[in-house]
Design a protein around this ligand. Sequence first.
Ligand code: HEM
Length: 830
Amino acid sequence: MSLLTETRKLIVPPRTAPGPSPLARAAVPPLAPGALPGLGHAGALLRDPLRFLGSLSRHGGVVRIRLGPRTVCVVTDARLVHTLLVALAHDCPRGAVQDTLKTAFGDGLLMSEGQAHRDRRRIIQPAFGPDRMGEYLAVMQQVTEERAGRWRPGQVLDVAKEMNHLALEIVTRTLFDARLSEDATVAFHRALPDLVKGQIVQSLYPSPALARLPLPVNRRFDDAVRVLNRVVDQAVNGRAAGAEEGRRTLPALLRAATDPASGCPLTEADVRSEAIAMFGAGTETVSTTLTWLLDELLRHPEVEARILAELDEHLPAGTVPTLEALARLTYTRSVTQEVVRLHAPNAFLMRTARVPVDLGPYRVPAGTELLYSLTALHRDPLRYPEPMSFRPERWQDAGGTGRPSFLPFGAGKHKCIGEAFAWAELTVAAAAILRRWRPVAVPGARAREVVWTTVQAHGLRVRLAPRGARSPRRSSTAASREGDTGSSPGDTVPSSPGEPPSGRCPFTGATRATAPADPAAPADLRSRADLLLSADRHADWAVRRGLLTPAELPRYRGYALHELIGYAYPRARGTELDLLVDMLGWFTILDDRFDGPPGRHPVQARAVVDPLIAVLDGARGGSPSESRLLLSWRELWERQTASMSPEWRARAAREWRACLSTFPAEADHRANGTVPALGLDLTDTMWLRRHGSCLYPFMNIMERVHGTDAPAALHAEPALHQLRANTADAATLINDLYSLKREERQGGTAFNTVLTLERAHGCTRDRAVHAVRTRVAQLQQESEELRRDLLRRHPAGRWYLDGTRELVAGVQAWTSTSHRYRVRDREARQ
Ligand code: HEM
């Protein structure tokens, strides 16, 4: 210790927190017993840090410990910790551990002090304001549902790993409106431990110059810094597909700001530095807490049941969470509070006294390092009886979070800026996971505490069981639709006469028609509040993406596309449901574009379609001239393919390409006045219709909904190819029957099998309709046989085989009721 410091201690009066006269305070904090020569207390701290830190409170509110040659004061009393963080904040900045990060990442919120810190905090605060929070909730829910939607029944989940990825994705998608590649996500989590280890070790070096030596720990730290900078670059510069221009993301806030000290705009280095702060402080804390939450729920099923009941009551499935709804989840909040108390992530936090300070009855000299453990504070038996018991009820008593001893987010000027974000994230993510899955404990794979700078939950593995269907409460919107009856098939489909028209069917070649299968009674979708909410969300999405104007919405909503999804994919929920509705909506809007000039001009058709196909080939976006249709397609392609296998992606790309290529092909025919109807079986017509109606891509999506590819051996079966063709044909033909009147009004430009039969083969209307209905029945019958055969050999693919049947039934149920194919009397007369 230098003479200068010693002299300063004598002449500078100690800073004191407000309280009794400083004259009464002069005690040197007691030294904890058990110091070993040379090592001091380092062994005890390393062996069981939380037990050791927890044991110190019985010696005093501030206790000295020796770590080798260093003496550190541990603050064990919650009130004194509060004093340190609030009243003494100016004189006790964060110190050496934070300085290491400062060298690596610059002066971000997590690293800065004083005026620079205050200025930066003021700039960043709006990113956590209540209006932004409202928007983040929906994203948090969506991200979690997407991730949980990729899990499979029976899968064993490494919970900590999954929660790490989830928390990183939530921060990226909310604060940055960006997406990280899977590689970047993995690299981030690999690099973080090396960063933290290096941060601690380097803070112990007697000279900063030692950090430049080629020691393994330094090298790994430098590598970690490089990786994290690369990841952060992706978040800062890589806006998510479909991200809105001008959205108030954190980088946008920072780029628009001026540094009050210099009067200059903030630099890209500043933006990156703040991104590091958010990733560093806002991911592992949350993921660890979520992991502990799931662990505690496994031990306390009755708590889980109460949470689910409360969610059903105040945040029904399919509801987009709001801050108000979250505020009503009082029991769930008690549970998350208890998890945060018992497993407060911050095991060690540090401050350094710049000048002599008094803490309660103790005097602490300048230069002293002060350590406090929020985890240990929250396990103090005097404040929390039976501290190691998980008892959410303790938060329902008076006092709640207002207790001065409850400091999971710190206090004072460095208090967690993400506190509200974190509470919301914990609730929304837990709700989305628990709604979908029931985690079952894997024997011998429970969470165990591993203390680093945070208290991590290692080793928890659970097996996932799908949560039994819970009945969503009916929303008022659902109830208000009870009077809806929809239209009857007779409105639009020419009825087939009782007896088949005589002669050979031009389509099927049969002389006697097979009786068309009766449509199964459509399932009652009115109790599906989530479907209506998905429809609302989709309408909002379509307008925000510029695909529709608000004026176009009422007519568009009349199509009730969400009902088609509800019928055809009865098990799709959450993210998949939203994806399906968005995809179908997008395709319908695209299809409607071809009712206009692009449908008659092949060059225009190709101008619309080629950039969409290029996305499937991996073309990168970013040109400011990209159409809304293209931007939203990019987003949808990303959402469809996320987490799917390369084989699935290749198949989906191939089939979307085939589908989109039909638009210019049809435009060619229209321009030349030709009909693709060579041969009696209408092979060409059917190829175009089958692919043009997007049934193949929508069959692929069944695998996305199910969370896994159908067995490869099933895909290799020629019989499956036939079944898929039959499914596409049957659904297309059903659609042709119901859309007949609407398409007839387009004159010779429409592609409809009934009309083609009339035009190309001179059939009467009755005969053409009968032929199509007969073909549908035949396809359905053949499909049943194919299904039976495939099921015998590939029982694991049952869900996929059943899905093809549901798809056709769904199209049938919907086409018979949708307003899309209704022709109003006035229109019909025109
Ligand atoms: C369960 C979750 C979380 C816990 C327990 C937690 C805890 C804390 C604590 C104790 C501090 C104060 C550290 C100190 O005094 O030195 C802090 C600061 C901070 N936290 Fe959190 N945090 C959580 C989530 C988040 C999230 C989600 C974000 C951002 C998305 C975030 C961003 C930050 C930042 C930037 C700081 C530094 C604030 C400043 O110095 O002004 N935290 N957090």
